[in-house]
Ligand binder design. Structure first.
Ligand SMILES: *Cc1c(COP(=O)(O)O)cnc(C)c1O
Length: 396
């Protein structure tokens, strides 16, 4: 890390979001887009390359100053020594996990994960002979049992899950992982470093799909992992080999997007909280799922682990899936689309998107009731969003 920027590590998250990583050149205020696949091989570059040093500045799959700027910003925000950026969240997740898992190794995780991660674990990791062992990470005794039963390389979970917004007990899970010699890794996409810094709770690596809140403008895909320099260097070799690297333009957009993460997060979260309370008192709403409400099973855990609840609000409407669709069709402000964490509000139903391949009974058993709607709060005015839900709910 460049020492001249180390004072930033003691600053607030907003100051870090704006300034960390920024690498001006030629008196520019901002980091230029280093739109270059390759770099001049000076003596230093030759030496680093020949020695196999991570991030030799020779080729953009190895290192690029635009990517470096984004990586340093992520590292500072996560209180991590170092970070890497990837072409997508899935590239970050797969590259990271495959750095530490080989044939025969055990991964202990939960079925309550991002759908794409489950697909890859079930379709690819098992194909490579990796022992993917699912437990309920909310059940700490079951986690301990699984870790005790067989040597485990990695314990993997998410800080806040989709779509039930369950909160994982990160300090307890990290403690168990350490006791049994497993590496604890968490996908913290839904929480962001604004709500939680998992490394401070004992996790060794934190992942994000920056496609979502970190970039925040629904205009790029991307992923990142942050942790100790030693672990990040080990992952760098696999990033180099597998090739899921971010490109300079994508990195520049990401660095710019992250500069407003703190204000975007705060605004969206405040609106989400108000909307969740408003929905809870509406007679056409059966149930609201929001960890900042006392009605959520993880209300206390949320207070303990997260600095603020969530920018996502889920709820079930009266009248089932048909009524849910009607509600979405009648909303004027929110767009029907998957993904989340952008400046614009997005709405979708798990039954016709992320959980479309699930049988109805399985969805119900997993807690995704009829008429379940998932809302990603954008930066529109709170009153406009509530008024829009009010008129749309009247029509179902
Ligand atoms: C979207 C998402 C991913 C995958 O990220 P991509 O950028 O789409 O590859 C992984 N984890 C979580 C929690 C996500 O929401």
């Amino acid at each position: 890390m460049s020492s001249e920027k180390d004072h930033l590590r003691k600053s607030g998250k907003g100051t870090r979001a704006v300034h960390s990583g920024n690498s001006p050149s030629e008196n520019s205020l901002n980091t230029p887009v280093y739109q270059s696949s390759t770099f001049f091989l000076d003596d230093n570059a030759y030496q680093m390359w020949q020695a196999g040093t991570p991030r030799a500045p020779v080729y953009s799959r190895y290192n690029n100053p635009s990517m470096r700027a984004a990586e340093k910003k992520v590292a500072h925000l996560e209180n991590a020594e170092d970070a890497l950026v990837f072409s997508s969240g899935m590239a970050a997740i797969c590259t990271t996990l495959l750095t530490f898992l080989s044939q025969g190794d055990r991964l202990v995780t939960t079925r309550n994960l991002y759908g794409g991660t489950i697909l890859s674990l079930d379709q690819d990791f098992t194909r490579f002979g990796i022992d993917v062992h699912y437990v309920d990470v909310k059940d700490l005794d079951a986690v301990e049992e699984a870790l005790k039963e067989k040597e485990t390389k990695v314990l993997y979970c998410e800080t806040v899950t989709n779509p039930l917004l369950e909160v994982s007990d990160l300090p307890a899970l990290a403690k168990l992982a350490k006791k049994y010699g497993a590496l604890p890794i968490v996908d913290s996409t839904f929480a962001t470093p604004m709500a939680c810094q998992p490394l401070d709770h004992g996790f060794e690596l934190v992942l994000h799909s920056v496609t979502k809140l970190l970039n925040g403008h629904s205009d790029i895909l991307g992923g990142t992992v942050a942790g100790s320099q030693d672990l990040i260097h080990q992952i760098w070799y696999k990033l180099r080999n597998f090739g899921g690297s971010m490109d300079p333009h994508q990195a520049s957009l990401l660095e710019r997007g992250m500069k407003t993460l703190h204000v975007r997060y705060e605004k969206a979260m405040t609106t989400a909280h108000k909307l969740a309370s408003w929905l809870e008192s509406h007679d056409k709403v059966k149930k609201v799922i929001y960890p900042g409400l006392e009605s959520h099973a993880d209300y206390d855990l949320c207070k303990k682990i997260l600095d603020s609840p969530s920018t996502m609000v889920c709820f079930e409407v009266e009248g089932g899936d048909e009524a849910g669709r009607k509600l979405m069709d009648n909303l004027k402000t929110a767009t029907q689309a998957v993904s989340l964490g952008g400046v614009e509000s997005l709405i979708s139903m798990p039954c016709s998107t992320t959980h479309v391949s699930w049988k109805k009974e399985d969805r119900l058993a997993a807690g995704i009731g009829l008429g379940f709607v998932r809302f990603s709060t954008g930066l529109e005015d709170t009153d406009d969003l509530i008024a829009d839900f009010d008129q749309a709910l009247k029509k179902i």
